[in-house]
Design a protein around this ligand. Sequence first.
Ligand code: HMG
Ligand code: MG
Length: 314
Amino acid sequence: MRTPSVVPAPGLPGRVTVYEVGPRDGLQNEQALVPTEVKAEFITRLVAAGLPVVEATSFVHPKWVPQLADAGELMELLGEGGRELPVLVPNERGLDRALELGCRHIAIFGSATETFARKNLNRSLDEQFAMFEPTVARARAAGLDVRAYVSMCFGDPWEGAVPVEQVVGVGKRLFDLGASQLSLGDTIGVGTAGHVRQLVRAFVDAGMALDQLAMHFHDTYGQALANAHAALEEGITTFDSSAGGLGGCPYARSATGNLATEDLVWMLDGLGIETGVDLDQVAATSLWMAGHLGRPSPSAVVRALAGGTAQSPP
Ligand code: HMG
Ligand code: MG
Protein backbone atom coordinates (compact mmCIF):
# COMPACT_ATOMS: atom_id res chain seq x y z
CA MET A 1 0.00 0.00 0.00
CA ARG A 2 1.19 3.48 -0.79
CA THR A 3 -1.44 5.21 1.34
CA PRO A 4 -3.06 4.21 4.63
CA SER A 5 -6.77 3.43 4.90
CA VAL A 6 -8.45 6.56 6.21
CA VAL A 7 -10.30 5.98 9.46
CA PRO A 8 -10.89 9.22 11.38
CA ALA A 9 -10.84 9.11 15.16
CA PRO A 10 -13.31 11.28 17.05
CA GLY A 11 -12.14 14.36 18.89
CA LEU A 12 -8.95 15.01 16.94
CA PRO A 13 -8.16 18.27 15.11
CA GLY A 14 -9.23 18.37 11.46
CA ARG A 15 -6.04 20.03 10.27
CA VAL A 16 -2.41 20.00 11.40
CA THR A 17 0.55 22.16 10.44
CA VAL A 18 3.68 20.14 9.73
CA TYR A 19 6.68 22.35 10.48
CA GLU A 20 9.58 20.88 8.52
CA VAL A 21 12.98 21.17 10.21
CA GLY A 22 15.02 18.80 8.00
CA PRO A 23 17.20 21.41 6.28
CA ARG A 24 18.12 22.93 9.67
CA ASP A 25 17.82 20.36 12.48
CA GLY A 26 18.35 17.51 10.02
CA LEU A 27 21.48 18.77 8.38
CA GLN A 28 23.15 20.64 11.27
CA ASN A 29 24.49 17.37 12.63
CA GLU A 30 25.86 15.89 9.39
CA GLN A 31 29.61 15.34 9.37
CA ALA A 32 30.12 15.62 5.62
CA LEU A 33 29.46 19.12 4.29
CA VAL A 34 26.36 19.18 2.10
CA PRO A 35 26.83 21.57 -0.84
CA THR A 36 24.73 24.74 -0.66
CA GLU A 37 23.07 23.94 -4.01
CA VAL A 38 21.93 20.56 -2.66
CA LYS A 39 20.46 22.25 0.44
CA ALA A 40 18.64 24.75 -1.77
CA GLU A 41 17.20 21.95 -3.90
CA PHE A 42 16.21 20.02 -0.74
CA ILE A 43 14.27 23.04 0.49
CA THR A 44 12.68 23.75 -2.90
CA ARG A 45 11.52 20.14 -3.17
CA LEU A 46 10.07 20.16 0.36
CA VAL A 47 8.13 23.35 -0.36
CA ALA A 48 6.89 21.81 -3.63
CA ALA A 49 5.73 18.73 -1.66
CA GLY A 50 3.28 20.99 0.18
CA LEU A 51 5.09 21.50 3.46
CA PRO A 52 3.65 24.80 4.70
CA VAL A 53 6.71 25.77 6.77
CA VAL A 54 10.31 24.75 6.02
CA GLU A 55 12.96 25.96 8.46
CA ALA A 56 15.90 26.74 6.21
CA THR A 57 19.08 27.21 8.26
CA SER A 58 20.68 28.94 11.29
CA PHE A 59 22.52 32.20 11.67
CA VAL A 60 24.62 30.85 14.51
CA HIS A 61 28.39 31.09 14.94
CA PRO A 62 29.92 29.18 12.00
CA LYS A 63 32.50 27.57 14.29
CA TRP A 64 29.73 26.19 16.49
CA VAL A 65 27.81 24.65 13.59
CA PRO A 66 30.12 24.41 10.56
CA GLN A 67 27.52 22.55 8.51
CA LEU A 68 25.34 25.68 8.43
CA ALA A 69 28.18 28.17 7.89
CA ASP A 70 26.77 28.77 4.39
CA ALA A 71 23.49 30.21 5.76
CA GLY A 72 23.98 33.52 3.94
CA GLU A 73 24.81 31.92 0.58
CA LEU A 74 21.87 29.55 0.96
CA MET A 75 19.40 32.35 1.60
CA GLU A 76 20.78 34.28 -1.37
CA LEU A 77 20.41 31.21 -3.56
CA LEU A 78 16.81 30.75 -2.45
CA GLY A 79 15.99 34.36 -3.38
CA GLU A 80 12.63 35.96 -2.69
CA GLY A 81 10.87 32.70 -1.70
CA GLY A 82 13.54 32.03 0.92
CA ARG A 83 12.61 35.15 2.85
CA GLU A 84 9.42 33.56 4.11
CA LEU A 85 11.26 30.53 5.52
CA PRO A 86 12.16 30.64 9.22
CA VAL A 87 15.81 30.70 10.28
CA LEU A 88 17.37 30.14 13.70
CA VAL A 89 18.88 33.21 15.33
CA PRO A 90 20.46 33.08 18.78
CA ASN A 91 21.52 36.69 19.26
CA GLU A 92 21.71 40.18 17.79
CA ARG A 93 24.64 39.27 15.55
CA GLY A 94 22.57 36.47 14.06
CA LEU A 95 19.62 38.83 13.70
CA ASP A 96 21.77 41.36 11.81
CA ARG A 97 22.74 38.64 9.35
CA ALA A 98 19.11 37.53 8.91
CA LEU A 99 17.86 41.13 8.47
CA GLU A 100 20.51 41.88 5.85
CA LEU A 101 19.10 39.01 3.79
CA GLY A 102 15.49 40.06 4.23
CA CYS A 103 14.37 37.13 6.42
CA ARG A 104 10.83 37.58 7.76
CA HIS A 105 10.65 34.74 10.30
CA ILE A 106 13.21 33.89 12.96
CA ALA A 107 13.36 31.37 15.77
CA ILE A 108 15.24 31.77 19.03
CA PHE A 109 16.19 28.63 20.93
CA GLY A 110 16.45 28.53 24.70
CA SER A 111 17.21 25.76 27.15
CA ALA A 112 15.10 24.52 30.05
CA THR A 113 18.28 23.46 31.85
CA GLU A 114 21.40 25.19 33.08
CA THR A 115 23.85 22.68 31.61
CA PHE A 116 22.44 22.69 28.10
CA ALA A 117 22.21 26.51 28.10
CA ARG A 118 25.95 26.55 28.75
CA LYS A 119 26.79 23.84 26.25
CA ASN A 120 24.57 25.07 23.41
CA LEU A 121 24.66 28.83 23.90
CA ASN A 122 27.71 29.50 26.08
CA ARG A 123 25.35 31.22 28.52
CA SER A 124 23.84 30.40 31.90
CA LEU A 125 20.10 29.77 32.10
CA ASP A 126 19.54 33.38 33.15
CA GLU A 127 22.06 34.86 30.74
CA GLN A 128 20.23 33.30 27.78
CA PHE A 129 17.32 35.68 28.40
CA ALA A 130 19.66 38.68 28.34
CA MET A 131 20.83 37.47 24.91
CA PHE A 132 17.33 36.82 23.55
CA GLU A 133 15.55 39.89 24.93
CA PRO A 134 17.13 42.57 22.69
CA THR A 135 17.17 40.11 19.78
CA VAL A 136 13.41 39.55 19.94
CA ALA A 137 12.67 43.22 20.67
CA ARG A 138 14.56 44.34 17.57
CA ALA A 139 13.09 41.56 15.43
CA ARG A 140 9.54 42.50 16.46
CA ALA A 141 10.23 46.20 15.89
CA ALA A 142 11.36 45.28 12.35
CA GLY A 143 8.06 43.41 11.84
CA LEU A 144 9.50 39.90 11.98
CA ASP A 145 7.63 36.90 13.30
CA VAL A 146 9.44 35.09 16.12
CA ARG A 147 9.17 31.46 17.16
CA ALA A 148 10.74 30.31 20.44
CA TYR A 149 12.10 26.84 21.07
CA VAL A 150 12.69 25.40 24.49
CA SER A 151 15.02 22.40 24.63
CA MET A 152 15.39 19.54 27.11
CA CYS A 153 11.70 19.62 28.05
CA PHE A 154 11.54 15.90 28.89
CA GLY A 155 14.99 15.15 30.24
CA ASP A 156 18.57 16.30 30.00
CA PRO A 157 21.60 14.03 29.43
CA TRP A 158 23.62 15.80 32.13
CA GLU A 159 20.92 16.75 34.66
CA GLY A 160 18.48 13.85 34.25
CA ALA A 161 14.81 14.55 34.89
CA VAL A 162 13.69 18.12 34.32
CA PRO A 163 10.80 19.32 36.53
CA VAL A 164 7.67 20.33 34.60
CA GLU A 165 7.48 23.65 36.52
CA GLN A 166 11.01 24.48 35.38
CA VAL A 167 10.11 23.79 31.72
CA VAL A 168 6.93 25.85 31.97
CA GLY A 169 8.78 28.70 33.70
CA VAL A 170 11.49 28.91 31.03
CA GLY A 171 9.08 28.30 28.15
CA LYS A 172 6.65 31.02 29.24
CA ARG A 173 9.48 33.46 29.79
CA LEU A 174 10.82 32.81 26.27
CA PHE A 175 7.36 33.07 24.73
CA ASP A 176 6.57 36.27 26.62
CA LEU A 177 9.59 37.99 25.09
CA GLY A 178 7.35 38.40 22.02
CA ALA A 179 7.08 35.05 20.26
CA SER A 180 4.03 33.87 18.34
CA GLN A 181 4.68 30.18 19.00
CA LEU A 182 6.57 28.07 21.52
CA SER A 183 8.00 24.75 20.35
CA LEU A 184 8.56 22.22 23.13
CA GLY A 185 11.65 20.18 22.35
CA ASP A 186 12.31 16.62 23.40
CA THR A 187 15.91 17.15 22.34
CA ILE A 188 17.13 13.69 23.32
CA GLY A 189 13.91 11.80 22.61
CA VAL A 190 13.32 10.42 26.11
CA GLY A 191 9.72 11.60 26.57
CA THR A 192 6.76 9.25 26.82
CA ALA A 193 3.07 9.82 26.15
CA GLY A 194 1.91 10.52 29.72
CA HIS A 195 4.71 13.01 30.19
CA VAL A 196 3.68 14.76 26.97
CA ARG A 197 0.10 15.09 28.18
CA GLN A 198 1.28 16.39 31.55
CA LEU A 199 3.50 19.04 29.97
CA VAL A 200 0.89 20.26 27.49
CA ARG A 201 -1.68 20.55 30.28
CA ALA A 202 0.80 22.41 32.48
CA PHE A 203 1.39 24.99 29.74
CA VAL A 204 -2.36 25.38 29.21
CA ASP A 205 -2.83 25.80 32.98
CA ALA A 206 -0.14 28.48 32.84
CA GLY A 207 -2.26 30.41 30.34
CA MET A 208 -0.94 29.30 26.97
CA ALA A 209 -3.36 28.51 24.15
CA LEU A 210 -3.02 25.17 22.38
CA ASP A 211 -2.44 26.92 19.04
CA GLN A 212 0.53 28.77 20.54
CA LEU A 213 2.27 25.47 21.23
CA ALA A 214 4.17 23.15 18.89
CA MET A 215 5.78 19.81 19.70
CA HIS A 216 9.31 18.96 18.59
CA PHE A 217 10.10 15.29 19.09
CA HIS A 218 13.37 13.50 18.47
CA ASP A 219 13.03 9.75 18.03
CA THR A 220 15.98 8.41 20.04
CA TYR A 221 13.87 5.92 22.01
CA GLY A 222 11.30 5.29 19.26
CA GLN A 223 8.61 7.28 21.09
CA ALA A 224 8.22 10.24 18.77
CA LEU A 225 5.12 9.10 16.89
CA ALA A 226 3.36 7.84 20.03
CA ASN A 227 4.17 11.16 21.67
CA ALA A 228 2.82 13.08 18.68
CA HIS A 229 -0.42 11.11 18.89
CA ALA A 230 -0.75 11.88 22.60
CA ALA A 231 -0.18 15.59 21.89
CA LEU A 232 -2.73 15.44 19.07
CA GLU A 233 -5.27 14.05 21.51
CA GLU A 234 -4.49 16.98 23.80
CA GLY A 235 -5.35 19.35 20.92
CA ILE A 236 -1.90 20.33 19.63
CA THR A 237 -2.04 21.27 15.93
CA THR A 238 1.59 22.05 15.04
CA PHE A 239 4.25 19.34 14.86
CA ASP A 240 7.91 19.72 13.95
CA SER A 241 9.38 16.89 11.92
CA SER A 242 12.22 16.27 9.55
CA ALA A 243 12.08 14.69 6.11
CA GLY A 244 13.45 11.17 6.25
CA GLY A 245 14.02 11.46 10.03
CA LEU A 246 17.31 13.32 9.67
CA GLY A 247 18.47 15.22 12.68
CA GLY A 248 20.14 15.68 16.00
CA CYS A 249 21.87 18.36 17.98
CA PRO A 250 25.65 18.73 17.79
CA TYR A 251 25.69 19.90 21.43
CA ALA A 252 23.69 16.95 22.79
CA ARG A 253 25.30 13.78 21.50
CA SER A 254 22.44 11.63 22.72
CA ALA A 255 20.06 13.44 20.35
CA THR A 256 19.27 11.43 17.22
CA GLY A 257 16.95 12.13 14.33
CA ASN A 258 13.72 14.05 14.56
CA LEU A 259 10.32 12.46 14.14
CA ALA A 260 10.28 11.68 10.40
CA THR A 261 7.91 13.83 8.36
CA GLU A 262 6.77 10.78 6.40
CA ASP A 263 5.94 8.78 9.55
CA LEU A 264 3.95 11.73 10.91
CA VAL A 265 2.11 12.35 7.63
CA TRP A 266 1.27 8.63 7.22
CA MET A 267 -0.35 8.67 10.67
CA LEU A 268 -2.19 11.96 10.03
CA ASP A 269 -3.38 10.80 6.58
CA GLY A 270 -4.69 7.60 8.17
CA LEU A 271 -6.61 9.65 10.73
CA GLY A 272 -8.10 11.80 7.95
CA ILE A 273 -6.33 14.90 9.27
CA GLU A 274 -5.46 17.43 6.56
CA THR A 275 -1.88 18.60 6.18
CA GLY A 276 -1.63 19.57 2.50
CA VAL A 277 1.54 17.45 2.30
CA ASP A 278 2.14 15.04 -0.58
CA LEU A 279 3.60 11.96 1.13
CA ASP A 280 5.09 10.43 -2.02
CA GLN A 281 6.84 13.66 -2.93
CA VAL A 282 8.41 14.05 0.53
CA ALA A 283 9.52 10.41 0.55
CA ALA A 284 11.07 10.81 -2.91
CA THR A 285 12.90 13.89 -1.63
CA SER A 286 14.20 12.00 1.41
CA LEU A 287 15.45 9.16 -0.80
CA TRP A 288 17.20 11.67 -3.02
CA MET A 289 18.81 13.30 0.06
CA ALA A 290 19.77 9.89 1.49
CA GLY A 291 21.64 9.34 -1.78
CA HIS A 292 23.58 12.55 -1.19
CA LEU A 293 24.34 11.62 2.42
CA GLY A 294 25.33 8.08 1.51
CA ARG A 295 23.13 6.26 4.02
CA PRO A 296 19.53 5.03 4.18
CA SER A 297 16.78 7.05 5.78
CA PRO A 298 15.84 5.94 9.32
CA SER A 299 12.15 6.57 8.52
CA ALA A 300 10.07 3.38 8.48
CA VAL A 301 7.62 4.91 6.00
CA VAL A 302 10.37 6.05 3.62
CA ARG A 303 11.85 2.54 3.69
CA ALA A 304 8.46 0.88 3.15
CA LEU A 305 7.55 3.17 0.27
CA ALA A 306 10.97 2.72 -1.32
CA GLY A 307 11.58 -0.94 -0.72
CA GLY A 308 8.79 -2.54 -2.69
CA THR A 309 7.09 -3.72 0.51
CA ALA A 310 4.69 -0.83 -0.03
CA GLN A 311 3.33 -2.45 -3.22
CA SER A 312 3.77 -6.16 -2.50
CA PRO A 313 0.86 -8.25 -1.31
CA PRO A 314 1.44 -9.80 2.14
P1 HMG B 1 29.86 32.93 21.98
O1 HMG B 1 31.17 32.35 21.65
O2 HMG B 1 29.51 33.11 23.43
O3 HMG B 1 29.64 34.31 21.21
O4 HMG B 1 28.75 32.01 21.31
P2 HMG B 1 29.99 35.79 21.65
O5 HMG B 1 28.69 36.52 21.79
O6 HMG B 1 30.92 35.78 22.81
O7 HMG B 1 30.78 36.32 20.37
C1 HMG B 1 32.05 35.77 20.03
C2 HMG B 1 32.33 36.01 18.55
O8 HMG B 1 31.38 35.28 17.78
C3 HMG B 1 32.20 37.47 18.11
O9 HMG B 1 33.16 37.68 17.07
C4 HMG B 1 30.83 37.53 17.50
O10 HMG B 1 30.68 38.53 16.50
C5 HMG B 1 30.72 36.16 16.87
P3 HMG B 1 34.53 38.49 17.36
O11 HMG B 1 34.07 39.82 17.85
O12 HMG B 1 35.22 37.68 18.42
O13 HMG B 1 35.20 38.47 16.04
N1 HMG B 1 29.32 35.76 16.80
C6 HMG B 1 28.69 35.38 15.68
N2 HMG B 1 29.09 35.24 14.42
C7 HMG B 1 28.18 34.85 13.52
N3 HMG B 1 26.86 34.61 13.82
C8 HMG B 1 26.43 34.73 15.08
C9 HMG B 1 27.36 35.13 16.06
N4 HMG B 1 27.24 35.34 17.38
C10 HMG B 1 28.44 35.72 17.82
N5 HMG B 1 25.14 34.51 15.38
C11 HMG B 1 26.57 31.66 20.37
C12 HMG B 1 27.37 32.26 21.52
C13 HMG B 1 25.10 31.72 20.75
C14 HMG B 1 26.82 32.51 19.13
C15 HMG B 1 27.05 30.22 20.12
O14 HMG B 1 26.92 29.51 21.31
C16 HMG B 1 26.26 29.50 19.04
O15 HMG B 1 26.36 29.85 17.88
N6 HMG B 1 25.47 28.47 19.44
C17 HMG B 1 24.61 27.77 18.49
C18 HMG B 1 24.48 26.31 18.84
C19 HMG B 1 23.51 25.66 17.91
O16 HMG B 1 23.24 26.13 16.81
N7 HMG B 1 22.93 24.51 18.33
C20 HMG B 1 21.97 23.79 17.53
C21 HMG B 1 20.64 24.47 17.44
S1 HMG B 1 19.61 24.23 18.87
C22 HMG B 1 18.80 22.70 18.57
O17 HMG B 1 19.15 22.00 17.65
C23 HMG B 1 17.62 22.33 19.43
C24 HMG B 1 16.28 22.47 18.70
O18 HMG B 1 16.23 21.65 17.55
C25 HMG B 1 15.12 22.08 19.64
C26 HMG B 1 15.33 20.74 20.34
O19 HMG B 1 15.57 19.73 19.67
O20 HMG B 1 15.24 20.75 21.57
C27 HMG B 1 16.01 23.92 18.24
MG1 MG C 1 15.81 19.53 17.54
